[in-house]
Design a protein around this ligand. Structure first.
Ligand SMILES: *Cc1c(COP(=O)(O)O)cnc(C)c1O
Length: 392
């Protein structure tokens, strides 16, 4: 196995090219081929039993093939801290699976108010009916989260930067408050950063969650999620994934691995394009604010500088309350109108802030537009934006 031969000190960019490949096991092929399976055959009952009992092996298609294991190993290596990765069919199913894993009747969750919409919906529309209470907290709460932790609190859910408006959380302070409660699990949705720009496990978070759909997939053509953890949380997550019967297709794993190989240079370009667009927008009179953690003007900028090694291509900007946003967006030449992000192509969407917060209302006048900066030439993107803003 190539992975075990890799030195421990390699940088992420190098790891992304090398982890999860086993050419010696696959006739020398650079990429692990697509291994499709339901039944897997063993020469003896004893060997079938051994494979069934070993979490690093598989005795059935649902528990993975070489394609699954290659992607899991590659994501785990980038997440670092000795964690292991479990894959789920989408980022949203990673969220529901991990929340179910730590849900108890009469239990209590603490969830950031800037959380991704489908995380909030799972807490409010599903877990509530099973007797789990969710308290949303101000993403800027920091160490004061200690005051919200109850004896029955089982989860603190973080997302930093927050969805739509990019609030940066003081993750180390929240983790420190959680550590005095041994049964409390911290989970961080790290989709915006990917493990290349922030490593949750490295600052003591128990579970790092990603929508692989976004930057790891990178080409707007697959759906997947990942959960990376170690110790008891990992054991419990694996059990839940197995009991729910979740699995991912080997074809999707192949595509996700192909995306992961170029993650580092793509992210650099997403970062450069995002910052170029954000800086250009910030100077315009018709733009009241740009919400991008990499801008010095952004309230969370200092925390971002302290804890992150980069910014991806997703950010927002605010325009006048009565601006004709539809006229701008509908007429864009290069900016696509659609959900999701993380692909090579640039996107733009209005964000509906009223329903997105319950503790810290978004009461700033103006309309929020979210941009995903793709890999195009920034001059072309700026020209398209400039023409769009003139239609507002
Ligand atoms: C898109 C997204 C998800 C959900 O991922 P899917 O793969 O679309 O289900 C979760 N968290 C964040 C922050 C996201 O942007």
């Amino acid at each position: 196995m190539t992975k075990s031969k890799l030195s421990k000190t390699l940088k992420d960019t190098t790891l992304a090219s090398h982890v999860g490949r086993q050419p010696d096991d696959h006739q020398g092929l650079v990429n692990v081929p697509v291994h499709r399976a339901s039944s897997i055959l063993f020469p003896t009952l004893a060997e079938l039993h051994a494979a069934t009992m070993d979490p690093a092996r598989s005795a059935y298609g649902r528990t993975g093939t070489a394609s699954t294991f290659a992607l899991q190993d590659a994501i785990a290596a980038l997440e670092g801290s000795g964690g292991a990765t479990v894959l789920t069919p989408s980022g949203s199913s990673a969220i529901s699976t991990v929340l179910l894993t730590f849900a108890r009747p009469g239990g209590h969750f603490l969830v950031t108010d800037a959380v991704y919409e489908s995380t909030r919906a799972f807490c409010d529309l599903v877990l509530k009916d099973f007797g789990v209470e969710t308290t949303y907290y101000d993403p800027a709460i920091g160490a004061e989260i200690a005051g919200l932790i109850r004896p029955e609190t089982t989860v603190i859910f973080l997302e930093s930067p927050g969805s739509l408006t990019f609030e940066i959380q003081d993750v180390p302070a929240i983790v420190a408050a959680a550590k005095s409660h041994p049964d409390l699990v911290t989970i961080l949705d790290n989709t915006w950063s990917t493990p290349l720009f922030f490593k949750p496990l490295g600052v003591g978070v128990d579970v790092s969650l990603q929508s692989v759909t976004k930057y790891i997939g990178g080409h707007a053509d697959l759906m997947m999620g990942s959960l990376t953890a170690s110790g008891t949380p990992l054991k419990l997550i694996r059990r839940m994934v197995r009991r729910l019967g979740l699995c991912v297709s080997p074809d999707e794993c192949f595509l996700a691995l192909r995306g992961l190989r170029t993650l580092a240079p793509r992210l650099e370009r997403h970062q450069a394009n995002g910052l170029a667009l954000a800086r250009w927008l910030e100077a315009l009179p018709e733009v009241s604010r740009v919400l991008h953690p990499g801008l010095e003007s952004f309230p969370g900028h200092d925390l971002w500088k302290r804890d992150f090694t980069g910014a991806s291509g997703l950010f927002s900007f605010v325009v006048e309350p009565d601006a004709d946003v539809a006229a701008m967006v509908d007429g864009m030449e290069l900016f696509g109108i659609g959900y999701s992000w993380g692909g090579y192509e640039t996107l733009i969407l209005p964000a509906h802030m009223k329903s997105a917060r319950s503790v810290v209302p978004w009461d700033e006048p103006g309309q929020v537009l979210r941009v995903h900066a793709g890999l195009e030439d920034p001059d072309d993107l700026i020209a398209d934006l400039e023409a769009g803003l003139s239609r507002l």
